[in-house]
Design a protein around this ligand. Structure first.
Ligand SMILES: *Cc1c(COP(=O)(O)O)cnc(C)c1O
Length: 427
């Protein structure tokens, strides 16, 4: 352990296999559920007519992303000989509708759940959890409902993409919404939010400071709901639905996952909520044969540090002298979610870290190989192939295996920035 921590403190890249991971098939029957995935999925279905009304571009009102198979070109694998055992897929949460990142899963889900609760309590919406009977949720888009929701506030602290998701959906519903952003958030994200009527407050400090301030302000106001990226079970539930959605997509392609057809999933990690929820959902849905790994920047490896040290959220990267500064803005987090770190102790197969400079060549290689653009943060996932296909994890992948790169964001990035990232990766 000390060896890993020393290397993390020196900004060195690491690959760590979690000795505490319990294979999904060995998880005791009575393991307490963290969230109810069925409940979350049913809620998203109830809201589908509303989503379709407000965002006609969302097919059937279901916010889901494509799964693309890509060639394992040398530049994508991090391996000199490009030798990926099995098939390589990219799960394009970068192209999730509405907000173009993985935050469109958890962030939008939490705000919808809040709207449902407020509307049901006030008698404006019928939903009987016992019988399952409910109104058509499209009515929540009526002008009277927008007026009703405008009496309530939503606030969030964010490195960017969570703010985009919460801001866009809250504004569509009618909530008065404030996004507290850290200084490292990209300017275009702030501009886009302001253009949609969202209040953006900027902080010179890091993400943790933005969250803390947002939380303090929200707590002082009973009409305000604070989306708590570090502790929210609603966010986690929204992300967890991804497991069954992925399973359906793989089934449509005729791909099964079991002990002889293993799946390795690579997830970029910031505070942990998004990759943690997805990991939870994947284990629940696939069970045996599915292994999830988190990818973090060498300058902000908060989850790796929390898990390896065993201190979970009681340690931050600053405690071992790391600066937390990374160009992977979606991953620029110094302290992991305690909720997620605890849940991952027995569920996560492992973690690895990546130097910032490697993100751009992956970005460019993916664009060249498949035409798909993803943002630098999302590119961290590719680095895992090097370790898994290089034999550093047991069971090793073989020709029956699949690898899923979870591409967590990118589609909303303005064209000039996309081009600049691409050019940088070409060099
Ligand atoms: C937020 C984000 C992540 C990580 O999600 P966390 O919940 O913070 O761990 C990864 N990639 C991108 C692009 C993100 O915006």
């Amino acid at each position: 352990m000390a060896d890993y921590i020393d290397r993390i403190a020196n900004y060195e890249e690491i690959f760590w296999v979690n000795p505490g991971c319990i294979p999904a098939e060995d998880e005791p029957e009575d393991t307490e559920k963290i969230v109810d995935i069925d409940d979350a999925e049913a809620r998203l279905l109830r809201f589908a007519p509303f989503i379709e009304r407000m965002f006609p571009e969302v097919k059937d009102g279901i916010i889901e992303s494509p799964l693309a198979e890509v060639t394992s070109a040398a530049g994508l694998t991090g391996l000199a000989d490009a030798d990926v055992s099995g098939r390589l897929f990219v799960k394009q949460d970068s192209h999730l509708p509405i907000s173009g990142s993985i935050k469109a899963r958890g962030g939008i889900y939490e705000v919808l759940k809040l709207a449902e609760k407020l509307a049901v309590e006030a008698g404006h919406l019928k939903w009987d959890p016992q019988t399952g009977e409910h109104d058509n949720y499209a009515k929540l888009g009526d002008p009277e409902m927008k007026e009703f929701f405008s009496r309530y506030k939503v606030a969030v602290g964010s490195t960017g993409n969570l703010g985009l998701s919460i801001g866009i959906i809250s504004a569509a519903i009618g909530f008065e919404v404030t996004v507290h952003m850290s200084a490292d958030a990209r300017q275009w994200k702030k501009d886009m939010l302001r253009s949609k009527g969202v209040t953006v407050v900027e902080y010179p400090d890091d993400y943790e400071a933005a969250v803390a301030q947002g939380r303090r302000e929200a707590e002082a106001d009973p009409a305000c709901h604070f989306v708590d990226d570090e502790n929210s079970l609603d966010l986690f539930a929204g992300y967890s639905v991804a497991g069954r959605r992925l399973k359906r997509q793989l089934s449509e392609l005729g791909v099964t996952v079991d002990k002889d057809h293993r799946m390795y999933v690579y997830l970029p990690c910031g505070v942990g909520g998004a990759p943690g929820g997805v990991t939870y959902g994947i284990r629940d849905e696939f069970g045996e044969g599915a292994y999830c790994f988190f990818a973090e920047p060498t300058h902000a490896p908060c989850m790796a540090l929390g898990l390896i040290s065993g201190k979970l959220s009681d340690i931050a990267v600053g405690d071992i002298g790391i600066d937390g500064k990374t160009e992977a803005d979606g991953l620029a987090v110094g302290r992991p979610s305690g909720l997620v770190a605890k849940a991952m102790q027995t569920r996560l197969a492992g973690c690895f870290t990546v130097e910032d400079e490697k993100l751009y060549p992956y970005l460019t290689a993916l664009k060249d190989a498949s035409g798909i653009f993803i943002e630098p943060s999302a590119c961290a996932a590719f680095e895992g192939l090097k370790y898994i296909c290089g034999g550093e994890f047991i069971p090793q992948p073989d020709e029956n295996s699949i690898h899923v790169i979870w591409a967590t964001g990118g589609n909303m990035v303005p064209e000039e920035e996309k081009t600049a990232y691409y050019e940088r990766g070409k060099k």
